[in-house]
Design a protein around this ligand. Structure first.
Ligand SMILES: Cc1ncc(COP(=O)(O)O)c(C=O)c1O
Length: 490
């Protein structure tokens, strides 16, 4: 009887293996050449889930198998001689260098491999985990595939391969809001505030003034940054729930001839008030100002066209509507505006927009260590955002928002900003009498929903964001719980 060697590593044993062994047994008695643990570590780069002895024990109990012998990754003539083998059976991915007359190639069983089983297990694990519904305004709920994309081989970010990833990311992020011919994205390791701080501290010339519209906590934060860095700024205070009075804003511009830049928040995350970029862009154009936009909670959901809307600089981050992980803040900017920054001494060492920009052109690298795994998650998030399309993403978010606000009306709960000026992304809701936010938070948290406190001092509110990998059904589940909670507590 012929002795037939079937070589395999069988780290996760499945029906593809047994079918192969059965077929091989039709040619003689089957000897399994089982790859040793050392070889798997060295050639495949991972620890086998089952060690050699365990794999051997399983294989020996299969009726088609006569014997199991240890082999290295590749089989050569010496191995055949050592075990007195007549034929070697292998799948159609054979790279064993042996005489063709002794080789039998069988196609692999379709749809199964140890690798695909491993991926399925990881996917199921990540999906189970991902069902925490984040109703806070970012970091948002992410897809299982975004979570899994962070599990990558270790890589030094100074390698060209990583530089290529960053260049691709920069281009793709730009194309969501502008034309890559005239605009580019400067990436920083840091949260969204890092991007805002990089803009403000790099852009305003020392002999010029910055006009900041403050109609919420994030407009106020821009004022705090300007103050901290001694940037000459004018604070234009505006209602946190009503649209900006554009006539008054224009008067302020006219009265202050030294203003060179106008800074605004697009979607004030404090309330969900959506500032009108078309109007602000027109005003900036009329008075030859550069418009700076913090689009942290609108970018990649509400369509933005930087060129049409006359926006010179826009800040956003990796963990809100783009649906990636936290850790990258970025500034999308007009290349011609960035070039002009050469003349302005940066106020910050780390967050120097011009130096980060010029260094990236030369090297495709951030100046300092980037958040490596976050960059891989961002890549996957961009792929998924493009697949869904920004307009469709906003439709999905809007549909969740309609579900939310209809539900609130049924529960007789009121929210701060009129629908007409609402971003449909985050809603600031009045807390009804007799309800304690912390208690409500803990109730929802235990049930897998994270809700968020309000941020406007004069109103007792809580916030619900409808961004991330969630949809109107998740909002419906939240509303059912909310009704139950209010019924139990009031
Ligand atoms: C409009 C706006 N700007 C800035 C930030 C600050 O971002 P980060 O918390 O990532 O620093 C946020 C965060 O929610 C925001 O909504």
């Amino acid at each position: 009887m012929k002795r037939v060697l079937v070589d395999m590593s069988a780290t996760i044993i499945h029906h593809g293996h047994t079918r192969l062994l059965k077929k091989a047994s039709e040619y003689g008695e089957v000897i399994v050449g089982l790859t040793t643990d050392e070889e798997i570590r060295a050639k495949k780069g991972y620890e086998p889930e089952l060690n050699y002895e365990q794999r051997k024990e399983i294989l020996e109990s299969i009726k088609y198998v006569k014997e199991v012998v240890p082999t290295s990754w590749l089989i050569d003539e010496d191995v055949l001689k050592k075990y007195d083998i007549d034929l070697l059976v292998h799948g159609d991915d054979n790279s064993n260098k042996i005489d063709k007359k002794k080789l039998l190639i069988f196609p692999r069983t379709k749809g199964v491999s140890s690798t695909s089983i491993r991926q399925k297990v990881m996917q199921a694990y990540a999906e189970k985990k991902s069902r925490n519904i984040l109703l806070n305004p970012g970091p948002a709920t992410t897809t299982a595939s975004v979570k899994l994309s962070q599990i990558v081989d270790d890589i030094c970010p100074r390698e060209k391969e990583f530089g290529d990833l960053m260049e691709w990311t920069s281009n793709e992020l730009t194309s969501i809001a502008a034309d890559t011919k005239d605009y580019t994205t400067v990436l920083f390791g840091g949260s969204g505030t890092a991007a805002v701080e990089a803009m403000l501290t790099s852009i305003v010339p020392y002999n010029k003034s910055l006009l900041i519209v403050n109609n919420g906590a994030y407009g106020k934060r821009m004022c705090q940054i300007a103050k901290r860095f001694d940037i000459d700024f004018i604070e234009f205070q505006s209602s946190p729930i009503e649209p900006i009075d554009m006539i008054k804003l224009e008067e302020t511009v006219k009265e202050n001839k030294n203003i060179s830049h106008l800074a605004v928040i697009h979607n004030e995350t404090t309330t969900g008030l959506l500032n009108n970029l078309d109007d602000l862009g027109k005003l900036a154009k009329k008075y030859d100002l550069e418009l700076i936009v913090d689009a942290m909670s609108s970018y990649a959901a509400i369509p933005i066209d930087m060129n049409k809307q006359n926006i010179s600089y826009l800040a956003a981050s990796s963990n809100k509507n783009i649906q990636g992980m936290a850790g990258v803040g970025f500034v999308i900017a007009k290349k011609s505006s960035l070039e002009n920054l050469k003349e302005i001494k940066p106020r910050s060492f780390y967050l120097s927009l011009y130096e980060q920009y010029t260094n990236f052109i030369k090297t495709h690298q951030m100046r300092f260590t980037p958040p490596v795994q976050t960059m891989y998650a961002l890549k996957q998030a961009i792929v998924e955002a493009k697949k869904e399309g920004i307009e469709n993403r906003y439709k999905r978010y809007s549909s969740s928002w309609e579900t939310l606000t209809n539900g609130l009306r049924e529960l007789k709960l009121k929210y701060l900003v009129d629908d007409e000026h609402h971003s449909k992304i985050i809603t600031s809701i009045f807390i009804p009498k007799g309800v304690d936010f912390d208690d409500m938070h803990d109730y929802f948290y235990k049930k897998g929903f994270t809700i968020y406190p309000g941020k406007v001092a004069e109103f007792n509110t809580f916030r619900i964001a409808n961004i991330g990998d969630i949809d109107h059904q998740d909002i419906e589940s939240f509303l059912i719980l909310l009704e139950k909670y209010l019924h139990e507590t009031r």
